[in-house]
Design a protein around this ligand. Structure first.
Ligand code: PLP
Length: 369
């Protein structure tokens, strides 16, 4: 029965979750699937971070924190940035409920109806949906077949309506990592119109073949976002952070005050301890898994070697990813068809953030298809 009081706001018709929901619906019916679909690390939160969060709870650190996050965590993040970028200014930092908790206030604060947001395709799903929610228009720039940004196409896509460029390196879902030349070229295009670049660097630690290059190092008008979910296996703890132009961080902080209020207090205490933990063994293990995926699939699938994150974006045999994913799922392997992340449906995403045995089993089945 539909009731007037259940009428849904029009903006909700601008987003849908059909692609990914189909995968989850299928998965729910499976017994012990080989799950190569999950975008989260299989390693656990480092012990010192767990201890700090438990201690915080036991000491009664269970109330709201300041909207912008605890002073200790903001200072620690600022210190890290000062070391990495040489920043000496007293810039604002906002501790958020994951990078997701930074993205939504950013889009709400920045995108007006009719504004264009430039997004490289394939992309992380939130970017297009949040643009749409704000009444903006995602302007997609395809990066197929090698997932490198085409600088001329970027330059051509900029119009009077362009509000910002969204960048995500290392990239979900392709694993592509932008090099210094590419970062500089993109910065140069943005600088011509003083465009804002939103740089989502949540996978910054997972860079396997070259040092990570941050847009924030090369372009001042950058809204920088990083998180703890992937780097420290804390997806459920919900902590991230954001910094950038002061007026934007101020408005995002105001939105946080009226929505999420603050990131979880004990998780902020845990995140502070996490910053001192060495995650290089985990990153090395993921590099090895990346090699495992490439060695196994290169013969039959001809994939582009991913340089970071923990995903591979693999051409689907026959060029129909939804069909191929359905076949894989029939055989017990969960993968995600490319149309969830792209205007095209020619590739599928696998996440190799799982144990070696499960990964090998999954790869063997994919090869057998
Ligand atoms: N950005 C990218 C590119 C991601 O892949 C994800 C998660 O998958 C997020 C942001 C959100 O992460 P979280 O909200 O857990 O920090």
């Amino acid at each position: 029965m539909t009731r007037d009081s259940h009428k849904i706001a029009r903006r909700m018709s601008l987003i849908d979750a059909s692609g990914i929901r189909k995968v989850f619906d299928l998965a729910a019916k499976m017994k012990d699937p080989i799950n190569l679909s999950i975008g989260q690390p299989d390693f656990d939160v480092p012990e010192p971070a767990k201890r700090a969060a438990i201690e915080a709870i036991q000491k009664g650190f269970n109330k709201y924190t300041q909207t912008q996050g605890t002073a200790e965590l903001r200072e620690a993040v600022a210190k890290k940035c000062a070391a990495e970028f040489g920043w000496k200014d007293d810039r604002l930092f906002l501790i958020t409920s994951g990078v997701s908790g930074a993205l939504l206030p950013a889009f709400l604060a920045l995108v007006d109806p009719g504004d264009e947001v430039i997004i490289f395709d394939p992309y992380f799903v939130m970017y297009t949906h949040q643009t749409n929610l704000c009444g903006g228009r995602p302007v997609l720039i395809g990066t197929y077949p090698d997932f490198r940004p085409d600088i001329q196409r970027l330059a051509d896509a900029v119009t009077d309506k362009t509000r910002m460029i969204v960048l995500n390196s290392p990239t979900n879902p392709t694993g592509a990592v932008l090099g210094e030349r590419e970062i500089r070229d993109i910065a140069e295009i943005a600088a011509k119109r003083d465009l804002l670049i939103l740089s989502d660097e949540i996978y910054e630690m997972f860079c396997y073949d070259q040092p990570f290059v941050s847009m924030a190092k090369h372009y001042e008008n950058t809204l920088l976002m990083r998180g703890f979910s992937k780097s420290y296996g804390m997806t459920g703890w919900r902590v991230g952070w954001c910094t950038g132009p002061r007026p934007i961080i101020e408005k995002m902080t105001m939105l946080q005050q009226y929505s999420f209020v603050c990131a979880p207090s004990m998780a902020q205490a845990g995140a502070l301890a996490a910053l001192d933990c060495d995650m290089s063994p985990q990153v090395r293990a993921y590099r090895r898994k990346r090699d495992m995926v490439c060695d196994s699939l290169k013969g039959k699938f001809g994939l582009v070697r991913p340089g970071g994150a923990f995903y591979a974006f693999v051409p689907a045999p026959g060029g129909d990813a939804t069909k191929f994913a359905a076949k894989a799922i029939e055989k017990g392997v969960l993968i995600i068809p490319g149309n969830v992340f792209s205007g095209r449906d020619t590739h599928f995403r696998i996440s190799y953030a799982t144990d070696d045995k499960t990964l090998q089993k999954g790869l063997d089945i994919l090869n057998s298809l």
